[in-house]
Design a protein around this ligand. Sequence first.
Ligand code: V47
Length: 380
Amino acid sequence: MSYSKMLSIISEKINSGERLTADEGLVLYQSNDLALLASMALNVKQRASGNKVFFNRNFHIEPTNVCVFECNFCSYRRSAGQEGSWDYSIDEMLDICRSYRGKPVSEVHIVGAVHPKHDLHFFVRLIEGVREILPEIHIKAFTAVELDCMIRKAGLSIEAGLNLLKKAGLGSIPGGGAEIFNHSVRRKICGSKAPAQRWLDIHEIAHKIGLPSNASMLYGHVETYADRIDHLERLRNLQDRTAGFNAFIPLKYKSANNAMNSIGEVNAIETLKNFAVCRLFLDNIPHIKSYWPMLGKGLARMALEFGADDMDGTIDDSTKIYSMAGSDEISPAIDLEQMTELIAETGFIPIERDSLYGELKILEDSGFQEPRIKTLRSQL
Ligand code: V47
């Protein structure tokens, strides 16, 4: 069958809402027809969330960058006592939370490294403290890799550990730590950390006990397109069983200050293509996140034309993971007005959301104005 015939079959399947096979996913990755990929992905995005693009008002806490693992892609890790390392006490982290009292933030995203000393009970105390200081806030915390280590250290089963965290106030689990599921690639880029199946099992157990989560994929390093499709297919299969993933975040490998630096970075075209294929292949994950602190605002906004429908949050200059890896967003912070304008200028409708994609009505009383530039789409 000719390549263009294959693409037209895929296009028909997408129009009729049929699921793509792994081979069809690969055909899409091999296409250089960005306009076709964009129009197909936009079609799927519009079926899922119309012309809406979501964001939230959030801040991060990164408890430590002292890590027992040495992932080759990581620019953030330090050894204990090394220059540039940090390890906040619970009180220091709660002071950060106190500084947000009375401020309009709906989510705190807590994610860091796997510290050799802190176990589950340390983090339960942290979550309880956050809950006390900011009772309304949604606490999205700890990658499956962090959870795996802290819960094992406490000698509990994953289910028992997650239940303790949930009881303390944990609301959902972020998507980090997934990297690439393929065993040999995972071994090359983050050899010693939780294997793919462990990551998937932890998310499955979380979903089972009523903790929703996100998923991510670190792309643009030594993986092949087949590895990416394998990764997406494992997530799609899990989501078929649990429906617990809210959002998928493609994370582009950033090459500064880490051991894989010589690989360089993929270009914008590859990133946009990847957004489109992820949107088209993951037919059961409702939202695709364009994470601007990593991509930069310009590219993150372009990804909205390639199927993404979420810009994550206002961040308030509270994460270092990407600036340490060379992101142009050195002090990532964006206010409500800038965020709504950034989205509205593309012709999409900015919607402030909570962490579970409930729509918030704050925009109306916060002086949101019509975008300066209207595209054709906003006039349809
Ligand atoms: O798992 C680390 C990635 C992730 C690099 O759930 C890197 O809403 C690129 O998962 N180049 C953690 N990526 C962050 C994460 C996340 C981010 C935003 C939102 C959510 C969510 C989750 O950061 C890690 C890893 O894949 N990462 N170093 C790097 N050099």
